[in-house]
Design a protein around this ligand. Structure first.
Ligand code: HAM
Length: 423
């Protein structure tokens, strides 16, 4: 029978990769919590409507990338392609915004999009993100951008480019959409099928058309469609970022792939990531989303970052910490008859701190000691016939290669001395 493989577009995360993931997830948690953000977790499955209404039916995500299925009651469910709609639903249905405003939350977890898999693009991927819900101010847009920026600093990831734009108010956007349609309609014949469709369904996405870069280059820019209030909002965000020492690049072409944005939008790019996968993360303000989901109007802003893409960068830049060894100590017996005593000693050692593996396999002692080195243990504790008889154990320093016999009562101290490097 053929071996069963992991589904297309998914990856197993093996033990050696966890040091890197933990480093990223824990650094993210430390940074966001230093800004007063609290954790939240929402379901991985949501009603399909959350995304069709929230993200927008004319977006690539909803049109082509969702894993949607029916539950046993014929309700349509979707594996979440993004976190913002679910987090907003959770916060507003629990009325958290009536206790404190804004509600500052952060999250991490798996997300699902059926995009063509390649390096940095998977069917199942991981995002970390924050959402700041309940207030509208440029300071909060700058705050979330600063959080992501501090994360990259804390991770030692240099060379991140922050691209910022404004999508203005709904009226600004309607004006801009009309300007784009007026510009592209006479050029319709030169567009590929996908972009011709965008002209009729979601003209803003025409700015992502790849076939003819010069066409995009000459297209109208959104700044010209923005009312003065929208311009003032973006200007204030840029001023706050400058005051925080963060270099922002104003980029008229950043329109984002999800429909819920208004005013500030941004993306983090890096030259070491290629092509469509160059975006480490992005976000922006989404003041209209709450109403689309049936809740009272509630302004909000947030970001999400792609964990796998940050790890690709961390690897390329050499900032990822080495994998952690599995254990500090390996306890083993020479003969099977001593395995109970060995188990007792392992328990005793774990109780005093060191990570301890018990090796009860029936194999020669030299094999067990080789195994100890493989799992990264620095100390081996060996129990044989003599040790059983004298309530003692052999403690071997695997780095120094010296060993001594110690009474059980002194075992933990003796092991800890070696681990602290002062044996
Ligand atoms: P997004 O730009 O669609 O935004 O996704 C954020 C990041 O998730 C991307 O920049 C990328 O790093 C990562 N990502 C997306 N799709 C994949 C994939 N197929 N494979 C690997 N990584 C991927 C959002 O999801 C918004 N919810 C962000 C937000 C939060 N806006 C406001 N609040």
């Amino acid at each position: 029978m053929p071996e069963i493989a992991a589904p297309r577009g998914t990856r197993d995360i093996l033990p050696d990769e966890f040091a890197a993931r933990r480093w990223l997830l824990e650094t993210h948690r430390n940074v966001v919590e230093s800004f007063g953000y609290r954790p939240i977790e929402t379901p991985v499955i949501e009603s399909t409507e959350l995304f069709s209404r929230g993200v927008g039916t004319d977006t690539d995500v909803v049109e082509k990338q969702m894993f949607t299925f029916q539950d046993r009651g014929a309700r349509s469910l979707t594996l979440r392609p993004e976190g913002t709609a679910g987090v907003l639903r959770a916060v507003l249905s629990a009325h958290l915004d009536q206790e404190v405003r804004p509600v500052r939350v952060h999250y991490a977890g798996p997300f699902f999009r059926a995009e063509r898999p390649q390096a940095g693009r998977q069917h199942q991927f991981t995002q970390v993100g924050v959402e700041c819900i309940g207030e509208r101010s440029p300071e909060l847009d700058a705050e979330i951008i600063e959080i992501a920026w501090r994360l990259f600093e804390a991770l030692g990831i240099s060379g991140v480019q922050l691209q910022v734009n404004s999508l203005g108010s709904p009226e600004d956007r309607a004006r801009y959409r009309a300007a784009l349609v007026a510009y592209y309609t006479p050029l319709e014949a030169s567009l590929d099928d996908d972009c011709r469709r965008r002209l009729h369904t979601n003209p803003l996405r025409l700015l992502d058309c790849k076939r003819d870069a010069a066409l995009v280059e000459r297209a109208p820019v959104i700044w010209d469609s923005l009312e003065s209030a929208s311009r003032a909002h973006l200007t204030a965000v840029l001023r706050d970022l400058e005051a925080a020492g963060i270099d922002a690049i104003r980029n008229d072409r950043v329109v984002r792939g999800l429909d819920y944005y208004s005013d500030t939008v941004f993306e983090f790019w890096h030259d070491l990531l290629q092509g469509a996968q160059s975006s480490l993360g992005g976000g922006g303000r989404y003041d209209g989303l709450a109403e689309l989901l049936g809740f009272p109007a509630t302004p909000a802003t947030g970001y999400a970052l792609g964990v796998e893409r940050i790890l690709i960068l961390g690897r390329a830049l050499g900032t990822i910490p080495a994998a952690e060894p599995a254990a500090d100590v390996l306890v083993c017996s020479v003969e099977p008859g001593q395995s109970e005593a060995a188990a007792d000693m392992a328990r005793l050692l774990r109780g005093s701190g060191p990570r301890t593996v018990l090796d009860v396999a029936e194999r020669r002692l030299d094999r067990k000691l080789r195994n100890a080195t493989r799992i990264g243990a620095r100390v081996a504790v060996i129990i044989g016939e003599n040790e059983m008889a004298s309530a003692s154990a052999v403690v071997r320093d695997l780095d120094g290669r010296n060993q001594q016999t110690v009474p059980v009562a002194e075992l933990a101290d003796s092991v800890l001395r070696i681990l602290r490097g002062s044996a």
